[in-house]
Design a protein around this ligand. Structure first.
Ligand code: SAH
Length: 256
């Protein structure tokens, strides 16, 4: 599905922007890059800024006309910060655009088209699009750098794709630590109660305090490893208490 989503850059001036756009694409799982009459390509600055996305950059196709870049596409969305009075369907929100683009991309190629750094897309180029999209931004300063505009729209496309039931996207999560058994938790709680009593923290059995601490530990959802760490701490405290008590006894015997 994502391989059917093409990014088209029209007459990009700075090769660095092409490199950064390639990087933005790769982070979002896109790889089909088409360049319409770039000023400078291939270029070392483009490769430098691609920073690991050279495969996307090197795989870019160069064409002479926008029409060559989008001929096989069923939907062509022109990205534009400024609205012109063209009767094209317009997406005010990139997520709405991404949803339809991802829907079409299930079967056929679609394209997102970005204009020149200085002058954007010409009216004629916009006419070759089927839709327009704007990234809502600061009304007084709403024009993004070209590669950042690519990043925002590529992110939205990736997000819409992730949400498809058919997507096999796996969120990166640390491996879940093994939770303790009820029995291990029970042993910990009994140990804690013993230390509370032997340390003098509780001078008499006090159910509310014990329950409060048990609730605290239940809420913390300690892993098996963390629980055994706590057990180790309690054992060390217990030994310390025992030594203190025998020292006390020794001292009082010496006094007597
Ligand atoms: N000076 C140009 C803007 C160039 S920015 C102009 O006034 O039109 C380069 C490209 O980034 C634009 O052609 C557009 O494709 C994209 N872009 C920048 N900001 C955008 C925004 N807020 N919404 C949609 N696309 C944007």
């Amino acid at each position: 599905m994502l391989s059917n989503i093409r990014i088209v850059l029209v007459q990009t001036f700075h090769p660095g922007n092409i490199g950064q756009a390639a990087r933005a694409m790769k982070t979002m799982g896109l790889s089909d890059l088409v360049l319409v009459r770039p000023r400078c390509y291939p270029d070392v600055e483009a490769s430098r800024l691609a920073a690991g996305a050279e495969d996307v950059l090197d795989g870019a196709r160069v064409v002479d006309e926008l029409s060559d870049a989008v001929a096989d596409c069923v939907q062509v969305v022109g990205a534009s910060a400024r609205l012109r009075s063209l009767p094209l369907p317009h997406f005010d929100e990139p997520d709405a655009m991404a949803e339809t683009v991802v829907g079409h991309a299930r079967q056929s190629p679609v394209a997102l088209v970005f204009g020149r750094e200085r002058s954007g897309l010409t009216n004629d180029e916009i006419r070759q699009c089927s839709h327009q999209v704007s990234i809502p931004a600061n009304p007084d300063y709403g024009i993004l750098n070209l590669s950042q505009a690519v990043q925002v729209l590529a992110y939205e496309v990736h997000r819409a794709w992730r949400r498809q039931p058919a997507s096999d996207y796996r969120y990166q999560r640390p491996a879940q630590a093994e939770p303790p058994t009820r029995e291990q938790l029970g042993h910990f709680q009994a140990h804690l109660s013993r230390v509370m009593a032997s340390s003098g923290f509780l001078t008499q059995p006090h159910a509310t305090t014990e329950q409060q601490l048990q609730t605290l530990f239940a809420r913390a959802q300690p892993s098996r490893r963390e629980l055994s760490l706590l057990r180790g701490l309690l054992s060390a405290l217990e030994q310390h208490i025992a030594t203190d008590l025998s020292d006390d006894k020794e001292r009082s015997r010496n006094r007597d």
